[in-house]
Design a protein. Structure first.
Length: 422
């Protein structure tokens, strides 16, 4: 059965949208739809359209953002987890409904129809109040097939002052590209590519829920918090070769033993090889981490990692196992005997269970297999030994230890990345 509102002129259906967005009352929207489109429309039909049909969300009402009112609405009426949702969307640029469900709702409750309905109600309110922009891929130009059919959510204009406050950016405004107010701003290729990598971030967070591990013979829990996830929008920099550089992600894994004896925040860097670039170009980009770790931006943003010469491992996620083998072989030829902490895994294997045994291959030791959490634990040994970053800390915290001296050859040799590109 066709929907009269979906088939109406954009001007009329947008007015129905704005009427509902004002006070989130279906009866107001129904009166507007009956006046503008058809007297035969019922409140149930209007509700069905507003909550479930695929259509292009209009731009926020009004020409300008009223920062004070937007911030007041958020601070006085939002539950705390919505703040983290907006932080995650700032980092990710876009998350699908299913990704949001796994990141924020399954963490605190078992899967259920009621829980999913609660999420949809939350996202609907945030969208109609223009804190989020909702977009279905099938409403865009039909040039790509998405693995995740959406809908996808972006930060919208009303969220700007809240995100700036949460990120400590009050002295500067979010750049235009950090939020979306219309479908014309969304590039399908980037959305699909980024979503595929973000699936791995979601898996690494969500598959830690209610699991227990063991470190130093102590039962422990591991968690990836939203505030310990750094995305390209936070990491982007320009290297000494004059080219820009953006790691796909930095994730901090918080390890806490049940007896309280262990509490560490350990870093791991992530890259994604979509399989569309030449293998040699992918390897060159991976090796540019040698420049990144020696750069001013990295040293200022992550002083504990820089001062202790311990960035943690770099995990390269390849699109499939064949591509992983290809990139591993090229890296191994470049690195020779250099035991640099570069590990590779194919996307499908990682998504099934990031914490399964022996899913990683080390670029300098491709004949052996490794497991993710033991790798992160071992490669962060220097940070653990000096208690550089406790579990309650931040990866941006300063170092608790003096920088490694130039003659501390034994410690530096284990983690020195200066020979990556040699």
């Amino acid at each position: 059965m066709t929907c009269a509102i979906c088939e109406a002129d954009n001007e009329f259906k947008d007015k129905v949208w704005y009427t509902y967005a004002d006070r989130l009352r279906v009866r107001d929207a129904a009166r507007s739809a009956q006046k503008l489109i058809s007297e035969d429309l019922t409140a149930e039909q209007v509700k069905e359209h507003l909550l479930y049909h695929h259509f292009i969300q209009p731009t926020p009402p009004g020409k300008n953002l009223n920062r004070s009112l937007a911030l007041q609405e958020a601070l006085t009426s939002f539950p705390r987890y919505w703040f983290y949702l907006l932080l995650a969307l700032y980092r990710a640029q876009a998350l699908s409904e299913q990704q949001i469900y796994q990141l924020f709702y399954l963490e605190s409750a078992p899967d259920s129809v009621e829980l999913y309905d609660q999420m949809q109600q939350d996202l609907s309110r945030l969208s109609y109040r223009s804190f989020l922009y909702k977009l279905w891929p099938d409403c865009m130009a039909d040039t790509m097939r998405f693995e995740d059919n959406g809908p996808y959510y972006f930060i919208n204009r009303q969220a700007i002052p809240l995100v700036e406050r949460l990120m400590g950016l009050e002295s500067e405004s979010l750049p235009f590209g950090a939020y979306v107010t219309s479908a014309q701003q969304v590039q399908e290729g980037y959305l699909e590519r980024d979503s595929r990598f973000l699936d791995t971030v979601v898996a690494m967070r969500s598959q830690l829920y209610r699991r227990e591990f063991e470190f130093d013979n102590r039962p422990s829990t591991v968690h990836v918090a939203i505030e310990h996830w750094y995305a390209p929008i936070q990491l982007h920099t320009e290297l000494s070769d004059g080219e820009s550089f953006s790691p796909a992600a930095l994730l901090g894994f918080r390890v806490d033993s049940r007896d309280g004896a262990l509490s560490h925040l350990l870093p791991s860097w992530w890259e994604y090889d979509r399989g569309t670039e030449e293998p040699d170009d992918v390897v060159k980009e991976i090796l540019r981490y040698a420049l990144y770790y020696g750069g001013e931006r990295y040293q200022q943003q992550f002083p504990a990692l820089a001062n202790n010469n311990c960035p943690g491992p770099l995990i390269v996620v390849c699109e499939d196992s064949y591509r992983r083998q290809e990139i591993t072989a090229l890296l191994a030829a470049k690195l020779g005997d250099s035991q640099v902490p570069i590990y590779l895994v194919d996307r499908g294997t990682l998504l099934r269970d990031p914490y399964a045994e022996e899913i990683l291959v080390k670029a300098s030791d491709p004949s052996n297999r490794y497991s993710l959490l033991p790798v992160i634990w071992q490669e962060g040994k220097i940070l653990r030994d000096v208690h550089a970053i406790p579990g309650t800390g931040s990866l941006c915290d300063g170092s608790n230890a003096a920088p490694l001296s130039s003659d501390d050859s034994e410690a530096a040799e284990a983690v020195d990345l200066s020979n990556w590109a040699s």
